[in-house]
Design a protein around this ligand. Sequence first.
Ligand code: FES
Length: 291
Amino acid sequence: MVERATKEVGAVLVVGGGVGGMQASLDLADAGFKVHLIERGPSIGGVMAQLDKTFPTNDCAMCTLAPRLVDVGRHPDIDIRTLAEVTDVSGAAGDFSVTIREQPRYVDIDRCTGCGICIENCPVFNMVYPVPDRLEADLEPVDQARVDDIVDRYRGEHGILMPVLQDINEEYRYLPGEILRYVARKLDVPLSQVFQVATFYNAFSLTPRGKHTVNVCTGTSCHVRGSARILESLEQHLGIGPGETTEDLQFSLETVRCLGCCALSPCVVVGEKTHARLRPDTVAALIGECA
Ligand code: FES
């Protein structure tokens, strides 16, 4: 398809700035098309940017991703729009009109270097997480002791921010804003850096999460074997959608692209346990096991 397009001109819209979207953009731009790459998140790279290794070859994820990131960023015929979503598509093949909604950034995009220091002065952020008078002022003594204990586990080690956040996330089931502020001061790292890490990885949450996380695989293999109906059944049973948590903080529902056990599809992971070859009518029993 790409070879046939080499003599054509026009513009193409690629939706999704993951590794697939980036490669598609590069192929199309090299074939002569003007590409508009739309990404809902604040940056391109997708889930692969969060991985260390990739299944099944154990290749370094960043080694695969980084060259494409650079090529897409530098390509003169690729226009990247992040924090953007498609809201409407009309027209027919060869003559589409697409409406895109871009989220406000409140920064001058031409001058922004992505340093993140603006977060310290963001009025919205400071309204949500007010600056305390003293280091301990916004933490209960019990919380302060818990965080101090976690930090002490890694004291003296290099790059302890990540393991500290992982432990806090595990202990509280999310990353409370006042604790992140305390961690920033305690470790003497910029708050912007703490929030960059805290908001980059899907494993971290800034809102309270359920005791049990239900991950429904929506990868190709699970999809063709009915994962959509499994997800629908779970949504009905729990009364929440993907990315949400039940009011009693017992369950959080998530979707994931391929759990690496396609032979068992459709599958769902609850906590650490994988449940294979599920059917919509077995979902109730699955939830009942955890209750
Ligand atoms: S697609 Fe679901 S485990 Fe691979």
